[in-house]
Design a protein around this ligand. Structure first.
Ligand code: AMP
Length: 567
């Protein structure tokens, strides 16, 4: 179905948001009115008011029986008039459970579209310099199949395996496609870095979908640079890279022995401090393209350290359910990044969460500046009024289209009594703790938490992987880590502090420092459970006992706050 507006023109898209949203809904309802799902509520009507009055707002549990039926072989028209050609697997790191979402090629077309729409903003980072190669940390995992034979994979991984990606000019990226498609993610990571090092003078940007992957790439470089140097020196790819296509294409890029380059890499990586290592190894990189908003903000100081504050372009807000919007202001500070909605992607509604008018549902163009909303999506693939569980705040308008800041996931992250500790509280607490760490040259490489109720009273536990800015290895200074515990408690909610300081019904906050590489193991654990590494976001909070075991096995030291936070 071809839309009646020019999708490639951001000005047109954002100037006609109301009309476009109405058109999108009309298209979806006309297409889906006779599906089993909508028929129950709309009896064949495609009228907007009817839709708003009769179709319920749903969560995954409500729609999953329908999705499962299609996955098990019933026709797509159980939920959509479009054909379903596959399923996206959500990363499963926020709620701990994987969900599958129906999709078809429209999603991939939309990914290309967002790339095209954001390209003028990317150019601004180049500051007149010629755009050469992008060092993209892209990873795929083999597609699994539903019982009916339809492919299932993460959205990014599916895209990278589709012709939409494969047909892009290969010279755009430093890694050949065979590296991205290599089924073993460790082999891919090694080869991405090797190709990137060999072409260090042609790389003008670095990218990964989420920042967690870049932190992992730096860790990987730290543990593998000697071997990478040796491969460069002798022009030979390590034998353990067994994927033949990957070997062949990387060997071509190596192009023979290069002792001069090997000496240079060795010289830089051997320096005591890795501050600015990205700029030193890749001198022409102008910016880093990866999502750092929401729970990912905690890694900004780490990336800043390794890149000597290269600009970071947090370009896209999207999920397995829909692409939502892009950042059209490359000059905005990272804490102010907002995403301008792309009104042609899906039909979006917003459920008010502020006390005044709580639970009211409004259209995109009727949201109010400063207000907070839950995002509801009606997409082309069978989701209707689906609450994706994200909370957004309206921060402004681009033409007539609202812009949103990602605030947090909806779920409570931690709770022991009746206190509700949400992502925002935790990120604020981490921010204060990071300042303490910085004063002693430590950096947070990984963080997650859970509520330990096996103790009496229960208490909050944070797992931290740390790195030292200047020397190898980390010395755990009791005073510094206890101070971190205290400043974190001071940043938590008044109710937390009451339970902790007045009733004593919450115990002292604890930091468990884990060995280096633990958060890589955590990522490997989630990937082994089906997550796609390209879409991986370190979970802010751990819900799975198996994942906790991965962390517990690697604890080096435990630290507790030594005083109650003032009320
Ligand atoms: P997935 O479907 O596994 O790709 O996860 C999508 C979720 O990732 C979204 O619902 C958000 O919670 C989060 N997310 C995606 N993009 C961003 C962003 N730009 N900023 C903050 N969180 C994001």
């Amino acid at each position: 179905m071809s839309p009646s507006f020019d999708c490639m023109d951001l000005e047109a898209l954002t100037s006609n948001a109301k009309q476009i949203q109405d058109d999108v809904l009309k298209q979806i309802l006309t297409l889906n009115a006779n599906t089993e799902y909508l028929q129950r509520y709309l009896h064949g009507s495609s009228d907007k008011e009817h839709f708003k009055k009769n179709v319920p707002v749903i969560t995954y549990e409500d729609v999953s029986p329908y999705i499962e039926r299609v996955a098990n072989g019933e026709p797509s028209n159980v939920i959509t008039g479009n054909s379903i050609t596959g399923f996206f697997l959500s990363s499963g790191t926020s709620g701990g459970k994987h969900k599958i979402f129906p999709m078809n090629n429209i999603f991939f077309e939309n990914l290309l579209l967002y790339k095209a729409l954001s390209s003028p903003f990317v150019s601004k980072y180049m500051d007149g310099a010629k755009r050469e190669k992008e060092m993209m940390f892209g990873f795929t995992r083999p597609l699994s199949k539903t019982p009916s034979g339809l492919p299932v994979s993460g959205g990014v991984s599916s895209f990278l395996q589709s012709d939409y990606f494969k047909n892009q000019p290969s010279e755009l990226y430093s890694s050949p496609i065979d590296v991205t498609l290599c089924p073993d993610n460790i082999h891919s990571m090694y080869c991405h870095l090797l190709c990137g090092l060999v072409q260090r003078n042609e790389i003008t940007s670095m990218s990964a979908y989420f920042v967690s992957i870049l932190v992992r790439a730096i860790n990987f470089l730290e543990t593998h640079w000697r071997e990478l140097c040796s491969n460069t020196r002798y022009g030979h790819v390590s034998e353990w890279i067994t994927d033949q296509k990957c070997r062949d294409s990387v060997t071509i890029i190596l192009g023979g022995p290069n002792p001069e380059l090997a000496n240079f890499i060795e010289y830089e990586c051997n320096k005591k401090s890795w501050q600015g290592i990205i700029r030193r190894l890749w001198p022409k990189v102008k910016f880093i393209d990866c999502v750092v908003t929401g729970s990912m903000t905690q890694y900004i100081p780490t990336l800043d350290f390794y890149s000597n504050k290269l600009p970071i372009y947090s370009v896209l807000y999207a999920s397995s359910e829909s692409i939502f919007g892009i950042n059209v202001d490359p000059s905005s500070k990272l804490e102010d990044v907002s995403y301008t909605c792309l009104p042609n992607m899906s039909y979006f509604e917003f459920k008010q969460i502020d006390e005044e008018n709580k639970d009211d549902i409004v259209d995109l163009v009727n949201v109010k500046l400063g207000c907070y909303y839950e995002l509801l999506v009606t997409n082309y693939f069978g989701l209707h009024r689906y609450n994706i569980g994200d909370i957004l705040q309206v921060t402004g308008f681009y033409n007539s289209t609202p812009q949103f800041r990602f605030i947090r996931r909806k779920e409570t992250v931690l709770s022991i009594q009746t206190e509700i500790t949400i992502e925002e509280h935790i990120l604020k607490a981490l921010y204060h703790a990071t300042l303490v760490l910085e004063s002693s040259n430590l950096m947070l490489m990984g963080n997650t938490c859970y509520e330990d109720i096996s103790t009496n009273p229960g208490h909050y536990v944070f797992y931290w992987e740390l790195n030292n800015k200047n020397i190898d290895g980390v010395e755990l200074d009791n005073k510094v880590l206890v101070k971190c515990c205290c400043v974190m408690e001071e940043s938590l909610s008044p109710l937390y502090k009451t339970f902790r300081s007045k009733d004593g019904s919450i115990g002292a906050l604890e930091i468990r420092v884990v060995q280096q590489g633990t958060f890589d193991s955590l990522m490997d654990f989630f990937v082994s459970k089906g997550s796609s590494i390209s879409q991986y976001k370190t979970p802010l909070c751990i819900k799975s006992s198996e994942a906790l075991t991965v962390l517990e096995d690697k604890v080096l030291g435990r630290f507790f706050s030594d005083k109650c936070p003032p009320l």
